[in-house]
Design a protein. Structure first.
Length: 91
């Protein structure tokens, strides 16, 4: 199946692997370029607000990816907390 960038968060929510442009998912996490912007937990989908309003701006494209992810999010959190909770420190 050929995906568009807008389709990727929906595929992520369904637990599917997918990518389009610089947005990708393994079904458990959502990545904008190499930045993890969302993670699926037992409680739902958590998105890090990596935008100007969230306090940690990366790029216009990443902000757009975060916007699409927020549409399917159960929780949106500040980037610092998201990174602390959902970044693998062993890598």
């Amino acid at each position: 199946m050929k995906y568009t960038v807008r389709d990727i968060p929906k595929a992520f929510a369904r637990g599917e692997r997918a990518h389009a442009g610089n947005l990708s998912t393994d079904g458990k996490s959502l990545w904008s370029y190499n930045l993890k912007i969302a993670h699926k937990t037992q409680q739902g989908i958590v998105v890090g607000d990596f935008t100007t309003k969230g306090g940690e701006y990366y790029s216009t494209t990443t902000s757009k990816h975060v916007y699409y992810a927020k549409l399917i999010a159960d929780t949106v959190m500040l980037p610092e907390l998201f990174t602390e909770l959902f970044t693998d420190k062993s890598v």
